[in-house]
Design a protein around this ligand. Structure first.
Ligand code: FAD
Length: 471
């Protein structure tokens, strides 16, 4: 018997659940990857994520070729290609890992139907998360919508079985022997390089492993203290690897459980729990993809000023911590978590722009863009989400800047025009414009004046939310 293994957001050979099952249950496994036109065609022609996937697929293909097999790579409609390849290779089943996004679920329904016509089952397995769908539920068998009790149960159940590796790497000799075939270049797919090389991210399984080891050796024990300071290398930077599955999420949990016991590893595990939490939330409440979780906030009268939105996108709001963060995003495809919270709060509660505008902008720019955590993060910051920041808690960007970038190291790195200024002046530059001018920074010339006044906007935001609560 033969099986097809369909790689999607699991671009690795080690500890890959569905791959392990295909190799042990069927053997003679034909690996395939489809560049899905339905996803790729609407994207801009320069897209860092497509570049990352292309590099990760190329690396996977090279490893499979070393093993005497290959990765069959196609470009087109994924469902059509999967059904066609399954027929060509006369397989008895197609194996793949579950995907919980609404569009991906719909695609799998179509794939199962197209294969069903040929009597070929689509077998899917949990791989992307530690606990999926309805595995962690309340006593009343309802999905959790509050993180703390979810996390408590999640953590209690995080034993050996939950994080055990699936032994795909032990059975690679069972891969089908295949002649080497070419794969389409990035240009052939219709894309241009988008600066992945400059990010120095190694888009491969080995690159993910190295990043995990670096984090566990150097930073995990101090994670709870360092994680909020964007100028420190305090977090793992593994999110892009989690997005594309160049590392197993179980490997991350195993590494944390094996690390020195303490707040560092526990806090990091909590972040992995947040990730699972948002995945199960999107699964149970797919409407959050387009609507506030708290439906009473559907009619908020966001002001949606396009000029303010453009200033935010381009990092010229006059609030250095916000601007530096946006420049980090625009130039590298990454943004530190503390800064994601600050800029999301600023867009929604200072600029009074609909969180969905920001969510969509992040989706375009972030290398680690993932629908569940991105939507969860935005709805948290905008106070429209479940277990979100209460609407009256509004970050003061200047106080956030003082607390989390006290020496303005991060700000100065991304806003070189401010490099010579005294750090103390950079949390609220408009309050110190003459001192700032003395250090060579003229507001309105070298760096923008603030586009809004925080105190005024804070009041307007409270009014905007209260109107909804009173109706
Ligand atoms: P670490 O601090 O090392 O955390 C380890 C891993 O845990 C991360 O790689 C990530 O997979 C997961 N994780 C960490 N924090 C969170 C969180 N709050 N929610 C869910 N998972 C988390 N994360 C994404 O992966 N994709 C997104 O599109 C995304 N959009 C966000 C948008 C907003 C507005 C906010 C506030 C947060 C968003 N996050 C998103 C969560 C978080 O900011 C990133 O996962 C984190 O900054 C990635 O850096 P790291 O790998 O160094 O994380």
């Amino acid at each position: 018997a033969r099986a097809l293994f369909w790689f999607r957001r699991d671009l690795r050979l080690d500890d890959n659940h569905a791959l392990a099952r295909a190799l042990t249950e069927v053997g003679d496994v034909v690996p395939v990857f489809i560049f899905d036109r339905n996803i790729l065609d609407p994207l801009p022609r320069q897209d860092r994520r497509v570049e990352f996937i292309h590099a990760a697929v190329a690396s996977l293909k090279a490893r499979l070729q070393e093993l005497g097999s290959d990765l069959i790579v196609r470009h087109g409609d994924a469902v059509t290609w999967i059904a066609r390849l399954a027929g060509e290779h006369k397989v008895s089943a197609v194996y793949t890992n579950e995907d919980y996004e609404p569009d991906a679920i719909a695609r799998d329904v179509l794939a199962a139907r197209a294969l069903g016509v040929r009597d070929i089952p689509l077998r899917t397995f949990k791989d992307t998360v530690i606990f999926a769908r309805a595995e962690v539920m309340t006593g009343q068998k309802k999905p959790y919508t509050v993180f703390t009790p979810y996390k408590k149960q999640w953590r209690e159940r995080l034993g050996h079985d939950a994080v055990a590796a699936h032994p795909s790497a032990d059975h690679l000799d069972k891969l089908a022997k295949l002649p080497e075939s070419p794969m389409p270049s990035l240009e052939k797919l219709g894309f241009e390089p988008a600066g992945l090389a400059e990010t120095k991210i190694d888009a491969s399984e080995a690159g993910a492993q190295a990043a995990l080891e670096r984090f566990v050796d150097r930073a995990i024990v101090r994670y709870h203290e360092d994680r909020d300071f964007p100028a420190l290398p305090g977090t793992s930077r593994l999110s892009v690897h989690n997005r594309f599955g160049t590392v197993s999420i179980r490997a991350l949990a195993r590494a944390a459980l094996a690390a020195p016991k303490g707040e560092g590893a526990e806090t990091w595990l909590s972040e992995l729990a947040w990730r699972d939490f948002y995945f199960q939330l999107l699964y149970h409440y797919p409407d959050v993809a387009t609507q506030p979780f708290k439906t009473e906030y559907t009619d908020i009268a966001w002001q949606n000023d396009p000029e303010l939105f453009a200033a935010w996108c381009e990092g010229r709001t006059g609030y250095p911590i916000v601007d530096a963060a946006m420049i980090q995003l625009n130039t590298s495809g990454f943004m530190h978590n503390r800064l994601r919270m600050i800029v999301a709060s600023f867009l929604t509660k200072d600029l009074l722009v609909d969180y969905r505008w920001g969510e969509a902008y992040f989706a375009k720019q972030l290398l680690d863009f993932d629908q569940a955590p991105n939507n969860g993060g935005w709805q948290w910051a905008a106070s429209t989400g479940c277990d979100a920041q209460p609407y009256f808690r509004i970050f003061n960007p200047s106080r956030q800047s003082e607390r989390f970038d006290p020496d303005a190291k991060f700000i100065k790195h991304y806003l070189p025009a401010l490099a010579k200024a005294d750090a103390k002046l950079l949390h609220a530059p408009w309050e110190n414009s003459s001192k700032l001018a003395a250090s060579g920074v003229k507001l309105g010339v070298d760096y923008p004046r603030p586009v809004v006044d925080h105190a005024t906007q804070r009041d307007a935001c409270l009014v905007m939310f209260k109107k909804i609560r009173e109706t």
